[in-house]
Design a protein around this ligand. Sequence first.
Ligand code: NA7
Length: 556
Amino acid sequence: MSALQPISGKDHAAGGETYDVVVVGAGFAGMYMLHKLRGLGLTVRVYEQGDGVGGTWYWNRYPGARCDVESMQYSYSFSDELQQEWDWSERYAPQPEILKYANHVADRFKLRPDIALNTRIDQATFDETANTWRVTTSDGNTVTAKYVVLATGCLSNARMPDIKGLSGFKGKVYHTGHWPHEPVEFTGLRVAVIGTGSSGIQSVPVIAEQASHLTVFQRTANFSIPAHNAPLSQEEREAFRAKYPEVRRFAREETRNGIYTEMPDRGALDDGDNERRTRYESRWAYGGLTFMAVYNDLALNKAANDTASDFVREKIAEIVKDPQTAKLLQPNNHPIGTKRICVDTDYFATFNRPNVTLVDIRSNPIEEILPNAVRTAARDYEVDALVLATGFDAMTGSVAKIDIRGRNGQTLNQKWAEGPKTYLGVMSAGFPNLFIITGPGSPSVLSNMMVSIEQHVDWITDCIAHMRDRGFEAMEAEKQAEESWVAHVNEVAHTTLYPQANSWYMGANIPGKPQIFMPYIGGVGVYRQICNNVAAKGYEGFVMTAVEQPQKIAAS
Ligand code: NA7
């Protein structure tokens, strides 16, 4: 008999329900995890703090929010019926359409009955005697589960900047990562956007069309490539669908970032100036994240990277009419691609509008927010509304908000005080039966998240089935395996240019956060192979334990 029979019912000791698995978060990771675990016949409860499914696409509903991976690829591949029947309207779907897709998936696979909305998980404590987790929800209930899966998302913990006077601002204050569900109207208002990462870059052109005046406060100029977004025709969709088997296989197995694209076979310095320029022009005209795939050494070799960085800087100077504004918009403190490259629609051209002003807060920092203005060292800018596009406590922020206690009462926050430590990004030693989807130490945010989510969910499902079939009660990463993996993740990161940027990949956007390169940069295909090999070797680097058999008493 398997050790893990489907269980559900009252746990009298805890006073709450008992499940095989508790999943935290009902974004794309949590929903697929639920679907797969149901396939094993397990009882699952998903807890979601929002009042709807969709995770990051539920919260990030700021003007202009859309995906930076093409929608035909930023979508589930696990169900061919789903990928054949869903019609994406544009090359890069806007946020409302992605949220609609998430809701469609929830309905189509009848996921909702097992998802508790408006419920935050506050605490999870491992019971070493029972090999189970006691999970406490924000409404004060405690449930018990053999496994907990953290599907909490990597960019889900919006970060409010610590700016003096912010709470005393008299107008409306919005954070792009926590946008209200009610319509927001900027018509006739003087608006400030603080922050020029992806969220700022996507929202600025849209807000500029509504506001009477828009002031953009920029601390760091970012590289952005035009999306060249456009409606998808039925023929384009059909053509793409016809090649789905190969697209999906290639994205999973052969790529670094989970995006089906041409693989570069040469370095930037292998071409002369004219040939290089032609290639960059052609990728610029194509648009999007795959700009970095022109050459195979842009993330590795500074001289190679400089050629791409210079090209984009020149493009900015061509687009922006005022030379001083153009200069400020040209990124100059990090190699292109070492902060997540942005994908925009008319971002740089927006600064040619008479109602848009760019303020460089690197040379003139914001000193405080007054009730009606943003005060920099140089002057005050009167505004009626503030948009904070200041990003997230990425990768670890949402996990850190839960009080997770593993063996010997150690908290995950204590263990990760000097930076996240995981084995393969899926488990942390000392926290048995606790899985993380797209956690630090996995390709995660460096990839098409859909590809990485599906890979982790499939791997975790296989792992739980393996344990069930062999009667294992607990699974845990070995400390030694974890240490080697953490060292490997770090070592690979430092063979690239990525650590040269003060990015959220490094935790550098959060004061006091340890600066460790968090995602695994070895590539999606390579990583998948490593995970598959680990599983094939009986989950090498993990310890699995069976329940202790009662001692037989010798018959007298
Ligand atoms: P990002 O990429 O972290 O961008 C945040 C921006 O806000 C960035 O320009 C920051 O400047 C700026 N920032 C942060 N704190 C402050 C303060 N206190 N004062 C002024 N400016 C500040 O977040 P996004 O939401 O745009 O994008 C996150 C990801 O979502 C993106 O990569 C895509 O994958 C989707 P800094 O660079 O730190 O100088």
